[in-house]
Ligand binder design. Sequence first.
Ligand code: ATP
Ligand code: MG
Length: 285
Amino acid sequence: MKIVSICNQKGGVGKTTTAINLPAYLSQKGFKVLLVDMDPQANATSGLGIEKSNLSKNIYSVLLEQASLEESILKTKIDNLYIVPSTLQLAGATIELISSMGREHKLKKAIDSLTQAFDFIFIDCPPSLGILTINALVASNSALIPMQCEYYAMEGLSQLLNTVELVKKNLNPNLTVEGVLLTMADYRTRLTTEIIEETKKVLGEKVYNVIIPRAIRLSEAPGYGEPIMRYDKNSQGAAAYSRLSEEFISHNSNNNNKLQQNEQSQTQEENKILESTIKVEETGG
Ligand code: ATP
Ligand code: MG
């Protein structure tokens, strides 16, 4: 079982779109996947067609230990894809958790007590580096970072990578960077090409080969409560997320042994990335 946080403290970069569509394609390929919605906006919940108002068991009750993760799992309309829904109440959890014991480990504890096995668990994080994202990172094996192809894309990235590093040092030594996903690429502008090149130069192999284009169908699908593979499976956005799922699988195919072997070299790689990103930000590049 591999647990992946989808995070970036920047808002609107494609976290939730990725959290819906990557797992949907993995499910279609036969993997059993759980999506945990850790965002009070509950966009992943509604984007999968789940009515959020009438749910008594959700991620909020799990974090406050009023319900188990297991009993909060809902089936989605996609085979093999399950979700722990969110609710607006989760916004209050930030304050409620502050005074509670082991507040950074609530989600990890809940996942550890799962009796069902999943191939993958994905966590859709809110746009902040607060206690909810920390809980996600503490519970995860890796962080997948969507980054919008825009002028200030790299701004804030070193802060995010620093947070990942801090969590790794203090709370979860196994945490790695799964990959950086460039999203909303608009190839009509030269800027996009420049940003893609620059990002690859700085972040190297961590950047996925698959780049998600800006595609109107991707932004329409959540309004119908559907992942893109059901809303318009022949669209450009569908093709991109389908290819991403293949790239994701290929990075994870040799499973746990390979993951452990890679851990040390990953750490070195991540340190290099961190250093170069900080340099870029300092020089305003
Ligand atoms: P937040 O930080 O608020 O949680 P987010 O990082 O989860 O945002 P999304 O909700 O996935 O970002 O995307 C922001 C908006 O952009 C949404 O309206 C979404 O439908 C749209 N969007 C996401 N990806 C694409 C894309 N590739 N092409 C066009 N629109 C997109
Ligand atoms: Mg979101």
